[in-house]
Ligand binder design. Structure first.
Ligand code: NDP
Length: 271
């Protein structure tokens, strides 16, 4: 794949943040984008905007925790554009609470959206991706490279995605399927506002300075390069690269660094 032009790209979580930026960027490159999320009205507006700019877009309301709705998203891509070349499993939620305090339901919810949402979409897209010798992109996180304190369910769900996607890559070694795990660092978006607290309610605010983070557009462009180069792992910035490197040689040091950084957040649950 030399360019995204004319490729059919299914993006989950396209109503906000990184997914929304991917939709705009990839459509501007000539890709046919298929947008999935629960907020159908936002998807409708985004698809309309893309079409007004001369791009091609379809959308489908989907809760990725529901397999039948994921099938519907893939069916939309096939009906509108004839197949799937790239599936970006981006829909995700976060959390912020110590495991001591958190309701187990919160961890189940994280696994349902981040892990099972990925599995559900891959299940129905796989035959088309195999036919196209296409790409699956799992949007993981630096929290999927090393455990992030206060985010047990989030880190666990991203590690689970990695285990699933790595295995899928090996199973498809002779079928030409490309599988990439993308690990953004802190990126300005809605993810911290919607993050679940100990009792499952949404945090409603961000504990970090969003203006100092990567932008969703930067993430979308780095992921695009990763798809075209058929990379296995897509690290984005200094923290991600450092985490990946230091973990190999000094994991205990990395534990202390992660603790220190997260303990400095305002109202940090670490005590
Ligand atoms: P946003 O909160 O801005 O976007 C999350 C998207 O996921 C929304 O479009 C939301 O749409 C969708 N979503 C949530 N739950 C479901 C569901 N059950 N079914 C379908 N769609 C759902 O966050 P980001 O853009 O930041 O997050 C995108 C991905 O990037 C996530 O996987 C996140 O873990 C990852 N990431 C983000 C980082 C960051 O700092 N922002 C850092 C590292 C990774 P809707 O509510 O309409 O369903």
């Amino acid at each position: 794949m030399k360019t995204l032009k004319d490729k059919v790209i299914v993006i989950t979580g396209a109503s906000s943040g990184i997914g929304e930026a991917m939709a705009r960027e990839y459509a501007a490159r000539g890709a046919k984008v298929v947008l999935g999320a629960r907020s159908v009205q936002k998807l409708q507006l985004l698809a309309g905007e893309i079409r007004r700019h001369g791009g091609q877009a379809a959308y489908c309301g989907v809760d990725v925790t529901r397999p039948e709705e994921c099938r519907g998203l893939i069916d939309t891509a096939v009906r509108e554009f004839g197949g799937v070349d790239v599936l970006v499993c981006n829909a995700g939620i976060s959390m912020r609470a110590l495991f001591d305090d958190v309701e187990l339901e919160v961890l189940h919810r994280l696994m349902d959206v981040n892990f099972w949402g990925t599995v559900n979409c891959c299940k129905y897209a796989l035959p088309y991706l195999q036919r196209a010798k296409g790409s699956i992109v799992g949007v993981s996180s630096v929290a999927g490279l090393h455990g992030l304190p206060g985010r047990t369910g989030y880190s666990a769900s991203k590690y689970a995605m990695t285990g699933f996607l790595e295995t899928l890559r090996i199973e498809n070694l002779r079928k030409g399927l490309h599988v990439m795990i993308a690990c953004p660092g802190f990126t300005a978006s809605n993810v911290r506002f919607s993050a679940l607290t100990a009792d499952g309610s949404q945090q409603g605010e961000t504990p970090r300075d969003e203006s100092k983070m990567m932008s969703p557009v930067e993430v979308a462009r780095i992921v695009e390069r990763g798809i075209l180069r058929r990379k296995r792992l897509c690290l984005m910035e200094a923290e991600g690269r450092a985490t990946h490197f230091v973990k190999k040689f000094a994991p205990a040091f990395l534990d202390r660094m992660f603790y220190m950084v997260m303990a400095r957040e305002p109202d940090s649950p670490l005590r």
